[in-house]
Design a protein around this ligand. Sequence first.
Ligand code: ASP
Length: 319
Amino acid sequence: MTTRRKFIQLSALGASLLPFGKSFAKGHEGQKPIVLSTWNFGLQANVDAWKILSSGGRALDAVEAGARVPEGDPKETSVGLGGLPDREGKVTLDACIMDEHGNCGSVAFLEHIVHPISVARKVMEKTPHVMLVGDGALQFALANGFKKEKLLTKESEKAWKEWLKKSEYKPVANIENHDTIGIIALDAQGNLSGACTTSGMAYKMRGRVGDSPIIGAGLYVDNEIGAATSTGVGEEVIRIVGCHLVVELMRQGNSPADACRLAVERILKKNPEKAKQVQVGFLALNKNGEYGAYCLQKGFTYAVHTNDGNKLYDGVSHF
Ligand code: ASP
């Protein structure tokens, strides 16, 4: 007997097999395994994730491995080591991870740890909680063998001192004073997982947390339907619980590309003036391995690795 739940699930998958001709946003044919990551640094992240996926590994291990690449790269100024600091000169990191069983873990306002994504995974696997923040997250990380390190590089410190001269908080779309890595994957077994990690908006107020470590906002995975992740001004994503919305839109039968577009349009509808000034981008993948992206402003890129190789795409933009 087909239960209502199964019916919704099947119709969602059936609808996404339809040709994409009617779709406003660009869609892509499905395949597995597959991994998708936000921005240009997603190409490098995908390489490490692909090593795991191509040898039959688990999507969860792949997304963690991928996220660790920009986290450990001091030249990337929006994630992990070398991330631009808050307005007091402190690097504070946010990350979350979610697996095919709906397990999830998150850390926010975490200082001194290069790989917050791995701390988030430990929160998921070793605690009864979903989210640890600030000093508590640091204490947990240290107790689990992570090392305390200096995250502020000379370059980031120099950029912060330059910023202090005017002290104007004006995030500019697509420049490297923000840009999260969101990474979502479907493994050969047909299981989905996702990870998201960032140093957040450069020169944010001390204690500010964006969408990236918030399950449902910066990342959401439902192994029956699909996965989504976001980047851009986190406040706008939190207001619409963006990635949960994208997954629910896929559940209703939308392709990943259309689901991303509809979520961006929700932001636009709620505050058209604000939407003109900020960047938000969504990236989504469904259970069939079909994917899509949509953003407010031009300039959002994402990387896709399949058996056909590792490629960078431009997200379709509203403006
Ligand atoms: N979403 C991140 C935040 O608001 C920043 C970004 O992805 O650009 O912290």
